[in-house]
Design a binder for this molecule. Sequence first.
Ligand code: PRX
Length: 656
Amino acid sequence: MSQPTIESILNEKRLFEPPAEFANQARINGMAAYDALYEKAAADPAAFWAELAEKELHWFKKWDQVLDWQPPFAKWFVGGKINISYNCLDRHLTTERRNKAALIWEGEPGDERTLTYAQLHREVCQMANVLKDLGVKKGDRVGLYMPMIPEAAIAMLACARIGAPHTVVFGGFSAEALRDRLNDAEAKVVITADGGFRKDKTIPLKAAVDKALENNAVPSITNVLVVQRTQEDIYWQDGRDVWWHEVKPTTSAKCEAEPMDAEDMLFILYTSGTTGKPKGVVHTTGGYNLYTHMTFQWTFDHKENDVYWCTADVGWITGHSYIVYGPLSNGATSLMYEGVPRPSNPGCFWDVVEKYGVNIFYTAPTAIRAFIKMGDDRPNARDLSSLRILGTVGEPSNPEAWMWYHKVIGGERCPIVDTWWQTETGGFMLTPLPGATPTKPGSATKPFPGILADVVDLDGNPVGDNEGGYLVVKHPWPSMMRTVYGNDERFRRTYWEHIAPKDGKYLYFAGDGARRDEDGYFWVMGRVDDVLSVSGHRLGTMEIESALVSHPAVAEAAVVGRKDEIKGEDVYAFVTLEGSFSASDELKAELKQHVVDEIGIIARPGEIRFTDALPKTRSGKIIRRFLRNLASGEEVAGDTTTMEDQSVLDKLRAGA
Ligand code: PRX
């Protein structure tokens, strides 16, 4: 089993047609239907989206202008008034969906809850009113630091309902990381829980919030709203901290959804880039609502009675778009699971599929690779016949993992949708439509209708079939990020200036290399910048380097990705020490923990290698290419004559 290499996927020629019985009942039933949609959208993207916006969503007021494109700044549905919480809740209440399950939830210890649309609406209104009582107004930012419990979704929808942009911070990030994000967003309130259950442990979320807020380190915060989950003892600050279960019973369940401008900010989500500081990706309301709605509906071929399960955490964009907003806007039943596979229950995913009769299952290749290692017995012992569609996200899917997913989980009858997208894109960009697109293991296949994607060189010229290049998008789309929070310039620099504008048109580029084959299928090759994907989690090498050098023992650090069978990539750090410190296993462990404290458990280096010096160019730039080779145990490839000191490489080789 391995990560896809150019060679392995270049040789991948297998093609899987959608099964006829599936295609017959699908919303987009066959390539002719896809092609027609694609052509229609490409001919006039704005008209295409406007037609869908009118048909699929509720608007308090229709827009005056579909698209205002002042590159690289886009506005969609200008002048329109909309509320995504209304589209996810209220509009279903007058239909038969009222008493349908909106969220089915299973906790890691085995506790269960189901919230119908009517119940979810009620709880969202109550939390919205609690936020208002705490002084949160339209436009105020609210931080969320939550376990995977229904209240995470309730909190997001409550914020959206009153027009307070949320910024969700994944519970695996440390107190330091949380503090930075809350400060950047200048959040007014944080919603958290006493803790959460994960891998048979409790995660002390409230304690991390307390630490983040220590010494008034986030001056904008006035209150912390705390959901009870683990019932462990926690520190309590009177006047600041509020128990949700104490205020809820006396809080009104009536709260009208605030009519928002289509371009009002819906949320900020921080993501790693090539600099030390994560970027606050800004998404707005109308375009995001439409795009997540349509991509969910068509890509998962959603049917009214489906049980849909996305295994992501709401702390990531996948959870935002495809646990909460996309599914609920469609009136779907979205399953939320608190746990992850763990030694005490490695088969929990298949238990959950069987128990709830899951029809659509969406997960990450890293999870699939881990399951392959555990053998076929566990999935084979469960009835997985309810499954209709399988999906993957987050990293390239290697053909071996794809085939296992297809055979062992999908029983060779479920189309697999390999969805390529990003925090920045808001929704799926390249993906098969399950009743239409013949799939090739390892390819995200073709653009979603309305997306004009290409593979180009640095000058913006399309490259030939099967030649590697940069994956770009040529026309704005409704759910594209609008800016980096508080930093338009960084937005422009990061996404729009790496590739030269072509014929005066700006090309969106967010860091992936790709090739397109002779059938027009895209093969995403992974990041071409200093961003790692560790178990599908996005991490910046600079971010980890900054964390390492903030430790007194570290003089210099260079972080690269090392290929890993399960995680895709693992964090590998080369470290030089300050004079008075010497290398030891204890120091290694201490530095790993230091990264966990600074960023979070997901960034913990798999390996730290002490060295006297790092390979550098004569101008002092670290040559990461060599370090990547060394970390992966490969021959150092490429020209080494530009190095300042050749002996550095010799020593590193000898030490390996
Ligand atoms: O490198 C691509 C990879 O994940 C990156 C985006 O990470 P993030 O913003 O955290 O969002 C992940 C969930 C959408 C991309 O730049 N990526 C995502 N999906 C795929 C993928 N790489 C290959 N194939 C995919 N299906």
